[in-house]
Unconditional design. Structure first.
Length: 301
């Protein structure tokens, strides 16, 4: 098979592992810097160009699209879909998962457990918003934030009020969530491929920190999931329309609650914590699934 990987940097751990896994299984791999791809979108024969060459005859494309380039990255991926190339994750599914508010609304509609979450626009709604999520302590999140950036724990009512007002003053879109104290600064990353969780790790925040992201100094270890946690992770990925996803779950007093569904989950933390060849599992999934024009959207929507 010929596989294209959309990635800004081929030296990144996740991209490098995908290249190694694909080549080990006998596939031809090419990495294209997403922002340096360009497209002819008006032709009867849609194309993607890269460094003066047409990227044609590819069987599959693996999108490793960073949050900051979601708009352009999904446009490039959509063009591949219109060319009949099989996408590991579809453009519409990636856009859906990157919109934190939209993704929570979709999960909520399907009955997935979530932390109590509030969203408003007007400053005169702040008091009601704080009350809605059960008061302080509470978590305030920038809708555009990633890797724990733009996430604030407000421990008092006054602090919550001040932070929300400050974000609103900057015209930033935020959501406010209940603080799951019983999680103890830990969350669970479930790596879903297709219809099953293939690896899971518990991420523990360092002392004095409530964000468990490994980029923020958190630690990781293997964890045994409950059947309910497995089911929640798989259902969440399916609702987003993602074939491969990192589903972040907290253990609360009322069962597992989903914090986020990530469409480009990093592989380093989970491979190192579990010792599993997740990159190889992804390539084997593509081998089974890749067929021309096998997308829900065919580049539409």
């Amino acid at each position: 098979m010929k596989i294209a990987i959309l990635s800004r940097n081929k030296k990144l751990y996740s991209t490098r592992r995908l290249i190694e896994a694909a080549e080990a299984l006998g596939h031809e791999v090419m990495v294209a810097d997403t922002l340096h791809c360009y497209m002819d979108i008006t032709s009867n024969k849609p194309t993607v160009q890269y460094k003066g060459e047409e990227l044609n005859d590819y069987d599959a494309v693996i999108p490793r699209i960073g949050a900051s380039i979601t708009f352009y990255g999904t446009a490039v991926l959509r063009q591949f879909e219109m060319m009949g190339v099989y996408p590991l994750n579809e453009s519409v599914a990636i856009s859906r998962s990157r919109d934190k508010l939209r993704s929570l609304q979709l999960l909520s509609r399907k009955g997935i457990g979530l932390p109590v979450t509030g969203f408003c626009h007007a400053p005169d709604n702040i008091q009601d918003l704080i009350k809605l999520v059960g008061g302080a302590p509470l978590v305030i999140k920038l809708l555009e934030g990633t890797q724990g950036i733009g996430v604030v724990l407000a421990e008092t009512h006054k602090a919550a009020e001040s932070v929300i007002e400050a974000f609103m003053g900057l015209k930033a879109n935020i959501m406010v969530q209940e603080y799951i104290k019983e999680a103890g600064g830990a969350d669970i990353r479930c790596l879903v491929i297709g219809d099953k969780v293939v690896a899971a790790m518990k991420r523990q925040a360092q002392e004095g920190e409530f964000r468990s992201n490994l980029h923020r100094g958190g630690s990781a270890e293997v964890i045994k999931l409950t059947p309910e946690e497995r089911s929640t992770a798989v259902r969440s990925a399916r609702i987003m329309g993602l074939n491969v996803a990192g589903v972040d779950i907290l253990r609360s007093n009322h069962g597992p609650v989903v914090m986020e569904v990530n469409s480009s989950p990093g592989l380093r933390g989970i491979e190192e914590a579990t010792g599993k060849d997740v990159a190889g599992m992804i390539i084997k999934f593509i081998e089974k699934q890749a067929k021309p024009y096998k997308t829900q959207t065919r580049g539409k929507g």
